[in-house]
Design a protein around this ligand. Structure first.
Ligand SMILES: [Zn+2]
Length: 454
């Protein structure tokens, strides 16, 4: 039995073949979520995972709104009952758009060039494999902990979580209400010169869908003056949205840490655009991130209207994608939209919240545990840590709502650029180096946080 963390981390290296095989087997299960029932088939993943974990005497419970769309909860057996850490992931993957464009079958999980290729390899079966492997190594060595950690793998992440974490939060909140949680959605390494930064996912922008109706009056197209063409107001509305200049905001945490990137000017609403330019020059993705975190975005994405080529259209529907900052409420969004549409006739809109903006505090004992563990697993003691809010959203919004301090952090290896993983795209892939560093980081975080009894 090994009860020293460094030796446990070495076991991850020893078990590399098992780890790769676990990851590949997860990818081979086609848990594709189209968003339209019946879909997902995630119960097959939960069955595979619970059988695999059972070999290490870790038992699982499956909670399901639909029996084909199970959610896995696997509690670490050798620990006290205090709920300290939830290891989160999801079992569904997004559909493959065009099989012909893939260099290998997206569900064959081919290993080549130090990467595993397949749908879901990065999102999110890599993290799931790492969490399972970390848990199994601790269980195999019967390491006892004062406080508990539990693995929770949800279904339906890609389509709103109504069968997954969203449903669990409403129907079984006690299963996922832990003090801390670690999930996908953040934790990307950024290298500038020799410096290594990790952007810890402490929050997510909100996402709203705005459904706009623009009304006109139909007439035959040969006598258009007898009607009122809805395209007129639509054209004006689209132009005004495209010309919209959002208010700038530097209240998210990341703006307090810009000095770590060598940006010495204290950010304010007045100098923000200049600072963002400066960041772009240092690193393009940093510049783009700061741009996204300093404003609400309003983007027209769908337009539908007209029924016949010889009829003046009576109604046109326009859909906008809006991303709001953690401190922006629905009334802030309304205020912006009312201003944009102030001089446009016959326009009305409805707001549909897809995800509320959310965030967790940055300075916590989970951050300290992550710092120590990541530094150990990638052998760097000079990492700089930055709190970051992500543009997209994950299941973290459900646990944050329950009061769980949740971070997006996978433990990606700095040699792997997450932008090359093609998440949701053709030839999605995941680096073996990250699979290993992530497993070591997960193991280390558990070790630092849940208090081993040795
Ligand atoms: Zn995901």
């Amino acid at each position: 039995m090994i009860n020293d963390v460094n030796n446990l981390l070495l076991e991850v290296d020893d078990k590399l073949d098992d780890l790769i095989e676990l990851h590949q087997n997860l990818i081979k299960i086609q848990s594709v979520n189209s968003g339209y029932m019946p879909t997902g088939n995630e119960t097959e993943v939960t069955k595979f995972c619970s059988d695999w974990l059972k070999k290490y005497k870790i038992s699982s419970n499956v909670f399901s709104r639909d029996k084909e769309r199970g959610n896995l909860i696997s509690k670490y057996p050798y620990s006290g009952n205090e709920k300290k850490l939830l290891l989160m992931s999801h079992s569904d993957v997004v559909p493959v758009e065009n099989y012909d464009k893939w260099e290998s079958d997206p569900f064959s999980a081919k290993l080549s060039e130090g990467r595993i290729w397949g749908r879901g390899s990065s999102d999110c079966k890599g993290l799931l494999a790492s969490q399972m492997m970390a848990m199994s190594i601790l269980a195999e060595n019967e390491i006892k902990f004062q406080e508990n950690f539990t693995l929770a793998c949800g279904s339906d992440e890609a389509h709103g979580g109504r069968y997954g974490f969203g449903w669990l939060a409403e129907n079984h909140p006690e299963e996922i209400r832990f003090k801390y949680a670690i999930n996908e959605g953040g934790g990307s390494p950024v290298t500038i010169g020799k410096n290594l930064y990790y952007l810890l996912g402490t929050g997510e922008k909100g996402r709203l869908e705005i459904n706009i109706k623009i009304k006109g009056e139909s007439s035959h197209a040969s006598v258009p003056w007898l009607g009122k063409n809805a395209m007129g107001s639509t054209a004006k509305a689209i132009q005004k949205i495209l010309d919209y200049t959002p208010d700038l905001d530097c209240s998210t945490d990341i703006f307090s840490y810009l000095n770590l990137f060598g940006i010495e000017t204290k950010p304010s609403v007045e100098n923000l655009e200049i600072i963002i330019e400066e960041a772009y020059e240092k690193n393009e993705s940093l510049g783009s991130l700061l741009k996204a975190l300093s404003r609400m975005t309003i983007t027209p994405t769908i337009i539908k209207g007209g029924i016949k080529s010889n009829s003046v259209p009576e109604s046109i529907q326009l859909v906008l994608d809006v991303r709001s900052l953690p401190n922006q409420t629905e009334s802030d969004v309304k205020e912006q939209l009312d201003e944009i549409f102030s001089n446009i006739e016959d326009i009305s809109y409805e707001i549909d919240y897809m995800a509320k903006p959310n965030s967790s505090p940055f300075q916590t004992e989970l951050l300290e545990a992550i710092k120590i563990s990541q530094s150990r697993s990638v052998e760097r003691d000079d990492i700089q840590w930055i709190p970051s809010v992500s543009n997209g959203f994950t299941d973290s919004r459900f646990t944050r709502e329950l009061g769980v301090i949740t971070y997006g952090f996978r433990g990606t290896h700095p040699d792997d650029n997450p932008n090359l993983e093609n998440v949701h795209g053709t030839n999605e892939n995941y680096g073996v180096k990250s699979l290993v560093s992530s497993t070591q980081t997960m193991l280390g975080v558990i070790w630092e946080l849940c208090k081993p009894i040795i």
